[in-house]
Design a protein around this ligand. Structure first.
Ligand code: DX5
Ligand code: ZN
Length: 226
């Protein structure tokens, strides 16, 4: 199981959903050279979300071209049926959706038993309360700032208030999993996210649709004025 930094941290996880899939290895090596901390892998099943993306064979191939942790975001129903396969393929962090699982504690334990770090994600309309009885067992909480399914969507502003509620909840519990935000993140809202104790920024379009990956990753690590 990989070591994770303590919160507060500032990690940047480019989402390969916005990369050129025909040149995926080169794209991943370019963001690694540009200072990325993790590689964020979006797995979609056409059921939990409207889109379909990639599965374990692609994770296995990616594993060979980078030493960075693979942060695998499962936007799929019944993730418990696929966790072992993703971890065997090379996933270091496996994040499931609260909305997709009936027995979250059991599935978190399953991820740990498989040898990976465990995260739980909440959609924009899901409150933070669902995390109360999970937080002690989690390595990561992923707050979606768009409705999952596609890259390039607009950041939903209520996410900022939700992050404040999450901070209050975690303080009251005395637990500090890493907090990650995903969707519509870029250099313009990174400072507001760090102010709300976010540790990991996922960025798809902001990185891969730019002409200078390293410059965007640098600005995500150090937004203006920070
Ligand atoms: C959305 C995915 C995100 C997405 C982020 O469903 O989970 O990881 O790729 O892309 P941007 O940064 O373009 O919103
Ligand atoms: Zn994602």
């Amino acid at each position: 199981m990989i070591d994770l930094p303590q919160s507060p941290a500032r990690l940047v996880a480019p989402s390969i959903l916005s990369a050129d899939f025909a040149r995926l290895g080169a794209e991943i090596q370019a963001v690694e050279a540009g200072g990325a901390d993790w590689i964020h892998v979006d797995v979609m099943d056409g059921r939990f979300v409207p889109n379909i993306t990639i599965g374990p064979p692609v994770v296995r191939s990616i594993r060979k071209v980078t030493r960075l942790p693979l942060d695998v975001h499962l936007m799929i129903e019944q993730p418990e049926q696929h966790i072992a396969e993703f971890v065997e393929a090379g996933a270091d962090i496996v994040t499931i959706h609260a909305e997709a699982c009936l027995h979250l504690n059991r599935i978190i334990a399953q991820i740990h038993q498989a040898g990976a770090r465990a995260g739980v994600s909440v959609n924009p309309a899901t409150g933070v309360e669902v995390l109360r009885w999970l937080a002690a067992d989690l390595d990561l909480i992923l707050v979606m700032s768009v409705n999952p399914g596609f890259g390039g969507q607009r950041f939903l502003p209520h996410t900022l208030q939700k992050l404040e509620e999450l901070g209050t909840l975690l303080d009251s519990l005395g637990h500090r999993p890493l907090i990650e935000v995903d969707g519509g993140v870029g250099p313009d809202n990174a400072a507001a996210l760090y102010q709300r104790k976010v540790d990991v920024l996922v960025a798809g379009n902001a990185v891969f649709r730019s002409s200078d990956y390293a410059s965007v990753i640098r600005r995500l690590h150090h937004p203006t004025g920070q």
